[in-house]
Ligand binder design. Structure first.
Ligand SMILES: NC(=O)c1ccc[n+]([C@@H]2O[C@H](COP(=O)([O-])OP(=O)(O)OC[C@H]3O[C@@H](n4cnc5c(N)ncnc54)[C@H](OP(=O)(O)O)[C@@H]3O)[C@@H](O)[C@H]2O)c1
Length: 273
């Protein structure tokens, strides 16, 4: 089987992540709004997208029939019902099925849809709306062509990494939930900034742009974060006193435990479904 182009996209379950994906796909310049169908049951929630030219419908089957790439982005509790309701309109020679659903394996999806449809699991985060996602992708070995087609699209929506399927749940904790952890760190820094004299909006700008700089330095230099930290710490200096206070208060431990706790919670959800 050879796929040439994924010209039309259906996002089935356009909630928070689905809407962020839609925004990113057009912002990246790869798709026009008219190439993208968005579905959900409460379709009135998508009126702003309708106004921008996206196709909006409650009819999952029609959206799928009119599309090549099918991104399913419903909650885990709705997954089985949804896959059962769309399995008749999925065609292995036409569609690639992409799932963002937490905790639902490729084998599970395959067993519900009951045919050898190419399936790619992805774990992006909502920064996909501004093309700054970290997206992990996984597929069965025989779906090499499909995963690379999907990767090419997501390469323009931030950074990507192909991983084993067993690492998709950990990626949810580090990258999906991780977005919230770093936002909380930005908020905390801005609260400190306000206490030392900045207005709240200024403090958030200063904290967020500093966080962006730290992230960009890490990615661009491909160095361990500690090597950049070494450049800004001097003996008996200001920065090391703040860093050591953070560690006395358990900053690294809190972040590590947040990521491990989130990953364990995903395991709980998987065991319950
Ligand atoms: N948010 C994130 O950052 C993130 C990151 C990575 C992965 N994920 C995963 O991606 C999935 C979506 O997350 P989310 O945060 O976007 O959840 P969400 O905001 O709850 O969106 C899911 C949407 O699915 C719709 N839906 C449910 N059943 C449907 C059906 N039969 N047909 C069409 N639409 C249906 C719901 O809308 P209606 O009730 O109007 O139908 C809802 O808006 C979840 O499995 C989540 O774990 C999320």
């Amino acid at each position: 089987m050879s796929f040439k182009e994924m010209k039309k996209i259906a996002i089935i379950g356009a909630g928070n992540l689905g809407q962020a994906l839609a925004a990113g796909l057009t912002k990246s310049g790869q798709y026009d709004p008219s190439d993208i169908s968005l579905t959900r049951r409460n379709v009135e929630e998508l009126s702003l997208f309708a106004d921008s030219g996206y196709k909006i419908t409650t009819d999952n089957s029609t959206a799928i029939e009119e599309s090549d790439l099918i991104i399913v982005s419903v909650g885990p509790q709705d997954a089985e019902t949804l896959f059962l309701s769309i399995k008749e309109v999925l065609h292995p020679n036409k569609h690639i099925l992409v799932s963002t659903i937490t905790g639902v394996s490729i084998d599970k999806i395959q067993s519900v849809v009951g045919q050898q449809i190419p399936i790619v699991r992805i774990m992006p985060n909502t920064a996909v709306s501004i093309c700054e996602s970290m997206t992990c992708l996984a597929a069965k070995d025989e779906q090499n062509e499909s995963i690379n087609l999907v990767k090419n699209i997501f390469d323009k929506l931030g950074r990507t990494l192909i991983v084993k399927e067993s690492l998709i749940a950990p990626a949810t904790a580090l990258c999906g939930s991780g977005l919230a952890f770093f936002l909380r760190a930005v908020r905390a820094a801005s609260q400190g900034g306000t206490e030392i004299g900045f207005h709240a909006e200024e403090a958030i700008l200063l904290a967020a742009q500093t966080a962006r700089g730290a992230a960009s330095l890490t990615i661009d230099s491909e160095m361990h974060p500690e090597s950049e930290i070494d450049k800004v710490t001097t003996p008996k200096g200001i920065t090391i006193s703040g860093l050591n206070e953070m560690e006395h208060q358990g900053f690294s431990s809190a972040m590590i435990r947040a990521i491990v706790r989130s990953a364990n919670k995903i395991d709980d959800i998987i065991n319950r479904t």
